[in-house]
Ligand binder design. Structure first.
Ligand code: NDP
Length: 254
């Protein structure tokens, strides 16, 4: 019997997968048998990531585009079309963090965070889903956050974007279910990546994370992989519009 988590023959595009959580999810999808399209804004880092995944025996290629550049997104999908490559699984993961109290926040920074963390998921998701609809199947996995559920000071645009990711996921599930597309989200807790480096090195913040997380530690990027594989697989064919928190239990106690 084939495993319900087998992704052989599937192609997955993971945005923002040159490093961090996107890279770890891409490696998990590859280990389950999927061919991977890695993405990042920095071409050099992307090339290194593709080389490392290929050296590890996975089928991986790079697609270098900025998720906030709609023309670049449309061109990237057109390039895949021209090569006859169809995306079966899309992980909308690319994102940035930006910390500033709202009273000091410039509108340009507000827009940049919303564009990168929320509008990109709509634009890339739409391009992928238009093609998935023609084939009658597809999986979209959007990356939310604990801030999809609750607010923290100094990260207002990020909180709004991640709250939006939760509802965008439900909107995708509502509109695309009849097209054979399932849309779900993952809400990571505090994970060890470049995005959090300054916080990890801040003893007071490190103690706060460990004190408030029932698991008493930060999460490792590879700990998202299994949830991503599950949502990308046929095991989740009747699961849509959900957000699964992978957070060491933090959302339940905050
Ligand atoms: P990192 O900063 O470690 O990595 C971010 C990735 O996104 C990089 O690959 C980066 O590419 C890419 N990226 C950023 N902007 C763009 C862009 N405009 N176009 C294309 N790619 C882009 O972040 P994490 O791995 O920590 O975070 C990944 C996702 O998970 C984000 O959506 C984040 O909000 C979310 N998240 C993270 C948590 C955490 O604790 N780390 C917790 C909850 C959610 P490049 O290398 O080219 O810059």
């Amino acid at each position: 019997m084939t495993s319900p988590f087998d992704l052989s023959g599937r192609t997955a595009l993971v945005t923002g997968s040159s490093r961090g959580l996107g890279r770890a999810m891409a490696e998990g999808l590859a280990a389950a048998g999927a061919s991977i399209i890695l993405n990042g804004a920095d071409a050099g880092r992307l090339t290194e990531a593709v080389a490392a995944m290929t050296a590890a025996g996975h089928t991986a290629r790079g697609l270098n585009f900025d998720v906030t550049d709609e023309q670049a997104v449309v061109a990237a999908f057109a390039a895949l079309d021209a090569e006859g490559i169809a995306v079966d699984i899309l992980v909308n993961n690319a994102g940035i963090q930006f910390r500033k109290p709202m009273l000091e926040l410039e509108t340009a920074d507000w827009r940049r965070v919303l564009d990168t963390n929320l509008t990109s998921a709509f634009v890339v998701g739409r391009e992928a889903a238009r093609r998935m609809a023609k084939r009658g199947h597809g999986k979209v996995i959007n990356i939310g956050s604990l801030t999809s559920e609750l607010a923290r000071a100094t990260v207002a645009p990020y909180t709004v974007a991640k709250g939006g990711i939760k509802m965008l996921t439900k909107a995708m599930a509502a509109e695309w279910g009849e097209l054979g597309i399932q849309a779900n989200a993952i809400g990571p807790g505090y994970m060890i990546t470049d995005m959090n480096q300054a916080l990890i090195e801040n003893p007071a913040f490190d103690a706060w994370v460990k004190g408030r997380t029932p698991a008493r530690r930060w999460g490792r990027p590879d700990e998202l992989a299994g949830t991503c594989v599950y949502l990308a697989s046929s095991a989740a064919d009747y699961v849509s519009g959900q957000i699964i928190y992978v957070d060491g239990g933090m959302i339940s106690v905050l």
